[in-house]
Design a binder for this molecule. Structure first.
Ligand code: IMP
Length: 178
């Protein structure tokens, strides 16, 4: 697999191999099974970036659960107020155990907005499972109990994450070269 990828005249260097990502997903599946297998949770998959992670994770969860998709658009350099819902949860979340399935948590703005909405909709609890987590830039109030891999605060693509719609299909994770 290529060590470097060039997209839109930007150079990205390989950061995490597919095997490393797969091991992290397996470990998350084990932890989620341990904590939620008797709670019939609703898995809220955040589009678009989480689609590959969700497909890999959810197929390793062998217990009753519901799946719903949401989409929220954030505008660069803005705060929570500038997030726009494109697809809201289409399920009754009243008294349900909810797990938000995120590809990456950076500042946490998106996550906090989703969490607020889920609680407003009457959920019993709302946890987050994010594959990638940038702890150095995180400013959210919610504790991230389920994450796959911590990464440095640099822009990454691959395994669902994109730059201008490109790079989502890369099986490894690539980091923008400085
Ligand atoms: P936050 O609201 O700052 O936590 O950012 C969350 C969202 O921004 C993610 O769901 C991604 O869509 C996007 N994002 C954050 N960091 C990256 C990155 O390094 N690459 C691609 N998308 C990112």
């Amino acid at each position: 697999m290529a060590k470097y990828i060039e997209i839109d005249k930007k150079r990205f260097v390989k950061l995490l191999a597919p095997d490393t990502i797969a091991a992290a997903v397996r470990s998350m599946a084990n932890n989620i099974t341990r904590d939620f297998s008797h709670k019939s949770p609703v898995m809220l998959v955040v589009l678009n970036g989480s689609f590959i992670f969700a497909a890999d994770l959810l197929r390793q969860l062998d217990f009753p659960l519901d799946i719903s998709f949401i989409k929220i658009k954030s505008y660069a350099g803005t705060t929570q107020q500038n997030l726009v819902w494109e697809l809201e949860p289409d399920m009754n979340l009243q008294n349900r155990t909810v797990i938000i399935i995120e590809d990456i948590v950076d500042t946490g703005n998106t996550l906090m907005a989703i969490h607020e909405k889920v609680i407003q909709m009457g959920a019993l609890s709302c946890d987050v499972a994010t594959l990638f987590f940038k702890p150095d830039t995180y400013r959210g109030r919610l504790q991230i109990l389920y994450f796959g891999l911590q990464i440095a605060p640099a822009f990454v693509i691959g395994y669902g994450l994109d730059v201008n719609g490109k790079g989502r299909n890369l099986p490894a994770l690539y980091q923008l070269e400085k």
